[in-house]
Design a binder for this molecule. Structure first.
Ligand code: GLV
Length: 291
C-alpha cells in the first residue's frame, strides 16, 4: 500500500482532508509511528533531510506551502518535489492586501490619529481609487491575483517582475502609492528593497507578504523615521519576530504573524492529491520545483 507521511504537527485537519482525498493511501502523521521504508510520499513544511534520506522507497515530496526558500534542495532526496499552488491561498493574500490598500487609500490611519485629538476631518481628504496606485513587486501568479483583485475595485495597478516590466525599478517605486512585496527570496533578492527603493517610494506604503529578508530592515526603519507613510509587515528576517525588535513598537508599522496567505487543508488537500495522481501516472506536475 502507498503511504503518505504528513508533517502536520498538531493539526489533524490535514490528516482528515488528505485521507478523504487519497482513499488508497495509508495517511500517517508522525515519523515516529512509521517504518521509514514504507513511506512512498511525503507532504511537508520542512522535515530534516536525514529523516527523508531514510525513506528508501520515497517517490515524491509535496510541500504544504507556496514558498520553498527554506528548503536546502541539494540536501533532499532525488525525487520530484512539488510545491503547493493553491488559488485559495492567492485569494487569501489578495484580500489581506486589499484590506490594507483600502485602509490607506481611505486615510483610515490619518482619521485614527485625528480622533486621538478630537479633530474632525482636518487636512485629510482621501483620494479616489483611480488616483491610488497599487504596485506588486515580484508579480508572478499570486501577484497577478493581487493586481486583478485591486483593479476589480478600481485601483490603478502596476506589476513589476525581473522578466516583465515597463519601467526601471526606481521609477516603479516612485509611481506607486503602495508597493506590495511578493518577490521570492533568493540570493539575488536578499535585501533588494533597500534605501534607494524606499526613497523612491517617498511617502508611500510598503506591504511585505513575501519574505522578511527581501527588505533591508535597517533601511526600512530609516525610511519610516523619514518620509515613508507606513509599513505593513507579515514576514520577518527572524520568525517569530523577537520581542526586542524595534518593528514591534514603531508607530508606523503594523506587524502580523505570517498569516497573509494561509495553507487551508480543505482546498490544499485535493491539490496535493491531484499532484500525487499525476506523478503516479508518470508525468511531472507543472508546480514541480526545478533543480
Ligand atoms: C507562506 O509563506 C508560504 O510559503 O506558503
Amino acid at each position: 500500500m502507498n503511504m503518505l507521511l504528513v508533517d502536520s504537527g498538531e493539526d489533524d485537519s490535514w490528516i482528515e482532508e488528505l485521507t478523504r482525498c487519497l482513499p488508497d493511501f495509508d495517511v500517517r502523521k508522525s515519523v515516529d509511528d512509521v517504518d521509514p521504508g514504507d513511506v512512498t510520499h511525503v507532504a511537508m513544511w520542512r522535515l530534516p533531510a536525514e529523516q527523508l534520506a531514510a525513506m528508501a522507497n520515497l517517490e515524491a515530496i509535496c510541500t504544504m506551502g507556496a514558498g520553498f526558500d527554506h528548503l536546502d534542495l541539494d540536501a533532499l532526496p532525488e525525487v520530484p518535489i512539488v510545491r503547493l499552488v493553491d488559488p485559495a491561498m492567492a485569494n487569501d493574500i489578495a484580500l489581506y492586501v486589499l484590506s490594507w490598500v483600502i485602509h490607506f487609500q481611505r486615510d483610515f490611519d490619518r482619521f485614527l490619529t485625528n480622533q486621538t485629538a478630537a479633530t474632525w476631518r482636518g487636512d485629510v481628504a482621501p483620494v479616489f481609487v483611480h488616483d491610488y496606485t497599487v504596485g506588486v513587486f515580484g508579480a508572478g501568479a499570486i501577484g497577478q491575483v493581487v493586481l486583478d483583485t485591486c483593479a476589480h475595485h478600481g485601483f490603478a495597478t502596476l506589476g513589476w517582475s525581473r522578466s516583465k516590466h515597463d519601467r526601471p525599478l526606481d521609477q516603479f517605486f516612485t509611481d506607486c502609492d503602495i508597493v506590495v512585496d511578493l518577490v521570492p527570496l533568493s540570493a539575488a533578492t536578499r535585501g533588494v528593497i533597500g534605501a534607494a527603493e524606499l526613497a523612491a517610494l517617498g511617502d508611500g506604503v510598503l506591504i511585505n507578504v513575501s519574505r522578511g529578508a527581501t527588505v533591508d530592515t535597517a533601511a526600512l526603519l530609516d525610511a519610516l523615521d523619514g518620509r515613508l507613510r507606513a509599513a505593513v509587515l507579515d514576514v520577518f528576517d527572524v520568525e517569530p519576530l523577537p520581542a526586542d525588535s524595534p518593528l514591534w513598537s514603531h508607530d508606523k508599522v503594523t506587524v502580523t504573524p505570517h498569516i497573509a496567505g494561509r495553507s487551508d487543508p480543505v482546498t490544499a488537500a485535493p491539490i496535493i492529491a491531484a499532484s500525487i495522481a499525476e506523478l503516479r501516472s508518470g508525468s511531472l506536475p507543472a508546480a514541480t520545483i526545478l533543480r
